[in-house]
Design a protein around this ligand. Structure first.
Ligand code: HDD
Length: 712
């Protein structure tokens, strides 16, 4: 720590001044106390001694042995030797950002939680997105569930909403979590595969555990290869309670809805990205925030009044079930905006510690047996990950609400408690700190007064026994192309399973009970015998379709945040580039100019244009669409450039919008491609409109059967 009072780097201060964050500044201030700015500071040891030589160990003679006495070298190397902490046992790969949440209106009829009652208040948040299976350095775009964990620093204490981008879970009871995680993690003998569930132990477990059928269906869908973190939906998954000032409790399911809509990558693209840009998702989040293009979500809840607890075909305490929005619509609560990147990945994103048990007055738990186990697990895991019970004092975890109690000491304690009494009751410190009785506002936390009269028993509730009807609901609710992707994903994953008995079990005992056609298609791809109809009696569901589940219905309809690659070589039509960039900017989209190399290109009218990268440096998988401006010489060069041709074919294969402007039309013949709804030729306003329209549709799904013929 420097000797001067630490202050924010200038760039941060500039950001703070220009952003109206309301009371989010209080979190900023609480972090600032710990922030260290080394600019214009002397290099010192941790004891504050100025260092004269940071290049050489103390030695007996210039060529002699090093001396143990060198406390400067020993301190530096000792600290370095201990820089790593254990990674999270699951969700190790993640990225985070700061922001705020603001309620739309006073929701006091639902909850007495202060941050949901005051629409004028901006509550600071820190969000961490993650994958589940892979280690810290694994790829961003692997097929996996994404974690979506939000810490709300409310004035009444921290509330952690520790959710996923999929609304259901693999198992119904927390006691099965270690089994599930051991099965999905890389195989124990060779630690393969990294960041993937396509292996024997995962499919062995899920094929023997039918309660996983619904969630596995989501994981085989496009939801498990999201296009970006900012376009993911989020779900609290477990059922929680809201409690209002009168003590009335309602069950709630939390939903995050991104304002840019929800969409995914295609599988080949996701796999390539995992190699070409391992950081694809974290880079996009970082760059969005740096460019002021802040990711936003609407928080909403499905509210189920207590009287309706048992009125569904499923049990609302069963975390393998969702509540169809057609049955219970979402009540919007407010908006979350992520507007600040962390200063230090380790101090903030790595050290943040979430726990579903962190709740505030106005929120409470349900008896979902998965949630109940989670309440224990998260605090417990931090003890070994963060080295003791004082992790709540780390700057990123500290509540903005004050915290005083009788807890003392332990590893890494940083609070210096002044009082003499670390017990209650006491008379020495005037009885402080004291309890606060529950109240309508600002009261002490009180658990919902639920009546329980039951036998102590180890049993799964019979109301949890249907495992297939919602998996079927999900499959039925998909568009045609989404269903095809699910079939392809099961076929790919099971194709990687070595043991035929496991493949057959998944097809015959799980898939055949969900949808016979799905089972048959997967069996065919695996060369298995044609499956017979499933033997489990699956209850009919109302509704049997839920349009809200299909991503085909979740696009925003505009092209905001979309990225377009412009391919150019010497002789390019510079005016076409300028025109496109202007039009994209007006719609909130972005373009990058790519050349054959990173050197500038000259336009047809002799101007020099700097390029953002070479085509190899920013491959087509990093973009949503490709634009090729005319210019006879440029097109001639691109026609003979294998990288450029591959760029276009790959974008075509990944069903992206492509616009061929002016002379670029000639590329159609070179590439042997035909015009379609997303492959647009022309240089008039109509062509531009068609191009933007294709981008807004995200992908040209009708091209998919044809695109299969293009080599990967
Ligand atoms: Fe969990 C991390 C989400 C079930 C035990 N979980 C973790 C994270 C997310 C979730 C987003 C990463 C938090 C971060 O970014 O630091 N987990 C879920 C959801 C679940 C779920 C939505 C089902 C509804 N989890 C679950 C169960 C258990 C755990 C049933 C244990 C009984 N989860 C953990 C953990 C982790 C964790 C081992 C690892 C790192 C951490 O907690 O802080 O305690």
């Amino acid at each position: 720590m420097s000797s001067k009072k630490p202050s924010l780097p200038k760039s941060q201060l500039a950001g703070t001044d220009t952003l109206d964050r309301g009371n989010t500044n209080s979190k900023l201030q609480s972090l600032e106390t710990f922030r260290s700015d080394a600019s214009e500071q002397a290099l010192r040891t941790n004891q504050g001694v100025k260092v004269a030589d940071n290049q050489n160990t103390l030695k007996a003679g210039a060529r002699g042995p090093s001396l143990l006495e060198d406390f400067i070298m020993r301190e530096k190397i000792t600290h370095f030797d201990h820089e790593r902490i254990p990674e999270r046992v699951v969700h190790a790969r993640g990225t985070g950002a700061h922001g705020y949440f603001q309620a739309y209106e006073n929701h006091s009829a639902l909850t007495k939680a202060g941050f949901l009652r005051d629409p004028g208040k901006k509550t600071p948040v820190f969000v961490r997105f993650s994958t589940v299976q892979g280690p810290r350095g694994s790829g961003d775009t692997v097929r996996d569930v994404r974690g979506f964990a939000v810490k709300f620093f409310t004035d009444e204490g921290n509330f952690d909403l520790v959710g996923n981008n999929i609304p259901v879970f693999f198992i119904q009871d927390a006691v099965k979590f270690p089994d599930f995680v051991h099965a999905v993690k890389p195989e124990p003998h060779n630690e393969i595969p990294t960041g993937a569930s396509a292996h024997d132990t995962f499919w062995d477990f899920v094929s023997l555990q039918p309660e996983s059928a619904h969630m596995v269906m989501w994981v085989m869908s496009d939801r498990a290869i999201p296009k970006s973190l900012r376009s993911m939906q989020g779900f609290g998954v477990n059922t929680f309670r809201f409690i209002n000032a009168e003590g009335t409790s309602s069950f709630v399911k939390f939903h995050w809805q991104p304002t840019v809509g929800t969409c995914s990558l295609v599988w080949d693209e996701a796999q390539k990205l995992a190699g070409k840009d391992t950081d694809f998702h974290r880079r996009d989040l970082w760059e969005s925030i740096e460019s002021g293009d802040y990711p936003e979500w609407e928080l909403g809840v499905q509210v189920i009044v207590e009287e309706n607890e048992h009125k569904f075909d499923f049990d609302i305490l069963d975390p393998t079930k969702l509540v169809p929005e057609e049955l219970v619509p979402i009540t919007p609560l407010g908006k979350m905006v992520l507007n600040r990147n962390p200063d230090n990945f380790f101090a903030e994103t790595e050290q943040v510690a979430f726990c579903p048990g962190n709740i505030v007055p106005g929120i409470d738990f349900s008896n979902d047996p998965l949630l109940q186990g989670r309440l224990f697990s998260y605090t417990d895991t931090q003890l070994s990950r963060l080295g003791g019970p004082n992790f709540h004092e780390l700057p990123i975890n500290r509540p903005v609400a004050p915290f005083h109690n009788g807890q003392r000491d332990a590893m890494h304690r940083s609070t210096i408690d002044k009082g003499r009494a670390s017990y209650e009751p006491n008379s020495i410190d005037g009885g402080w700190p004291k309890e606060t009785p529950p109240a309508a506002e600002d009261g002490g936390f009180e658990s919902h007064n639920e009546r329980i009269d039951a036998h102590k028993i180890r049993q799964r509730s019979p109301s949890f026994s249907d495992h297939f009807s919602q998996a079927r609901l999900f499959f039925n609710s998909m568009s045609k192309h989404e269903q095809e992707h699910i079939i392809a994903a099961y076929s790919f994953e099971l194709g990687k399973v070595e043991r035929e008995a496991i493949r057959a079990r998944q097809v015959n005992e799980i898939l055949a009970n969900i949808d016979l056609e799905l089972a048959k298609r997967v069996a065919q791809n695996l060369g298995l015998p044609v499956p017979k109809a499933g033997t489990v009696e699956v209850p009919e569901l109302t509704p049997d379709h839920s349009p809200a589940l299909s991503q085909a219905n979740l696009l925003s309809g505009d092209i905001k945040t979309r990225k377009v690659a412009i391919l150019a070589a010497n002789g390019v039509d510079g005016r076409a580039i300028a025109g496109l960039k202007k039009a994209l900017e007006a719609e909130g989209a972005r373009a990058k100019l790519l050349g054959p190399t990173s050197a500038p290109v000259t336009t047809a009218d002799g101007k020099t244009l700097a390029v953002d990268a070479s085509m190899e440096g920013l491959p087509s998988v990093a973009f949503d669409a490709v634009f090729v401006p005319g210019g006879a010489k440029s097109i001639q060069a691109l026609s003979n450039d294998g990288v450029a041709l591959h760029y276009l074919l790959e974008a075509y294969k990944h069903l992206k919008a492509i616009a061929l402007h002016g002379e670029a039309k000639q590329l159609l013949d070179v590439l042997k491609l035909e015009v379609d709804a997303g492959l647009i030729v022309g240089d008039d306003a109509q062509a531009l409109k068609a191009f933007f329209n294709a981008i807004a549709h995200h992908r040209v799904w009708e091209r998919e059967p044809k695109a299969k013929a293009i080599p990967a």
